[in-house]
Design a protein around this ligand. Sequence first.
Ligand code: F6P
Length: 323
Amino acid sequence: MKTIAVFTSGGDSPGMNACIRAVVRTGLHHGLQVYGIMHGYQGMIEDQFKLLTSDDVGNIIQRGGTILKSSRSKDFLTKEGRQKAFDNLKKHGIEGVIAIGGDGTFAGAKVFMKEHSIPFIGLPGTIDNDLIGTDYTIGYDTALNNVIEAVDKIKDTAASHDRLFFVEVMGKDAGFIALRSGIGVGAAAILIPEVHTDLEELIANLAAAYKRKKTSSIIIVAEGDDAGGAYKIAEQVVKALPKYDTRISILGHQQRGGSPSALDRMLASQLGYEAVNSLLAGKHSVMVGIVNKQVCYTSFDRAIKHHDTVNPDFLKLAEILAA
Ligand code: F6P
């Protein structure tokens, strides 16, 4: 193998740059040429390839976002789009590809590999932490810290005004950000897609808290919760408990930005390094992750189909500590 490529795809996550840097420098160490593909699968289709030097990835380890940019490509969902992508990979002599992204990225790689014969290795880059085959995804830890920092500030004003706040965090299919950040900020309740939200129970708990003169609380809502987002849930609560002074805060994309944490930089560096070594060892169609401090390979099939499950101990812990 002489030439490989790396790209980032789907929602960007802090640590992607550290990962690109690790891929490029490990590749160069092995005497490979490393192309960066801009804008994910879309750039693969539109021939946006750039040969990367060691200097190109200098001074980026601390930067959030992705220097290679990202996209959610609709064209790659078509056979014609994938054919164009393959033609471009061939044109540049690429013999192996490293895809940094989430389940959508690996689903794309899986379909592509059924039609074409270039090996892909996946790396888990998403703030959602919703992939099986790795304890943490690149960007999750930073996103958690972002949420905690923002909610700590909200708590100052919430306490000063005796207010109830509904804070919506990212996670359209998964509650991992909500669960850990909720525990981290001492939320009164954490509402996640994996667990049915019983609004009557929530209202009863809040009514009891009000009786105990606990008038300021934080409820963390994952955007994909089955009872709706923060606005919808708050509307029901306000109707039932008008005496609460209620506010809503949607944290949005600030969760995905900023300089990666120490943990994300380390994870991204290790995974980028392992991905190149895996390609050279002849592996393909697997996501590389770290489970219990060990490098672990999970087929795209398994990584895509099996979202990780929420830890029931954490749910219990959150409930007891919120009392
Ligand atoms: O997949 C990562 C993620 O940040 C989700 O948590 C969120 O629902 C989604 O991306 C938002 O995507 P976009 O930036 O395309 O609106």
